[in-house]
Design a protein around this ligand. Sequence first.
Ligand code: KG4
Ligand code: ZN
Length: 335
Amino acid sequence: MSDVKILAIETSCDETAAAVVKNGKEILSDVVHTQIPVHTLYGGVVPEIASRNHIEKIDAVISKALSDAGETFDSIDAIAVTRGPGLVGALLVGVAEAKAISFATGKPLIGVHHIDGHISACYIENDLKPPFFCLVVSGGHTTLLKVEDYGEYRHLAGSVDDAAGEAFDKVARSLGLGYPGGPKVQKAAEDGDSGAYTLPQPKVSGGYDFSFSGLKTAVLNTINAVKMRGEEISVPDMAASFQQTVIYTLMGHCFAAIGDECLPFALCGGVAANGPLREAFRSECEKRGMPFFTPSIHYCTDNAAMIGVAAYHMFKKGDFAELDLNATPSLPFAG
Ligand code: KG4
Ligand code: ZN
């Protein structure tokens, strides 16, 4: 097959992103406009503001992605877009834009699942090929999969309630650390003692599924109990204790689910940007002789390059969308 260049668009939450990806591997351009400063004022993502901001920025972000890559609408082979899951208004901006470009240029349209994108980020800087185990930890998902082939997943375990990233964000808020929670908890934890507060490692009966809602409640209860005693919570100690409990829980469940099978292991999604989490998985994989992969921090959090990589494997299968493609906020994941 001759070279395939895909223009990819991602607007599922609070980043307006576009990229041009060649042959599912070479990132010709990668533009991310983050809305963090806008939402910081409100302590979290405000969906309506996110949608408006995407509308304001999307054309400039796409133009920059094309010009950085030295490409034009004429020279690309397909347009890919995140079709779900995410905030409906935010997704719709990207989907409408991609459909308009596809209609105007006659180039095929590819609708990508956001989690397929996060998993595909593992292919960007690494020489990783299926099969491998993959833990996706983001603001909306905590899922352990066996990646059997490109875009083909076998589900091994998942969260029954809050995703790991959601727990980081909620705990950050209850500690007064604000938004975005994950990086702030990690920073605060640097000066903390992870053994200072004993938090439960949430259990789910049967299987290897995760639960983070109980852990978040345990943090809240501990904060309240400390306050009731007229004492002050140590934010660094609580951040470190919480972070360590999340790491132990994820590691315990993942390696129990994997058992003795020795395959490469990949860690991805926004929470995979967490330094101590990356190091814990790296070192356990080393002990087990499992090659360990994780995208660089930029490709852990939301970006369009990962959508372009996922779309390439769909392009090869002829998995195209029609112009009636819609945004699906709670799009189920096949894995
Ligand atoms: O993948 P992502 O950018 O968006 C979703 O698909 O959800 O993930 C965002 C999540 C947020 O919950 C954020 O707090 C978390 O990733 N996150 C982190 C870190 N950086 C981002 N969590 C822990 N430590 C970090 N350094
Ligand atoms: Zn994401």
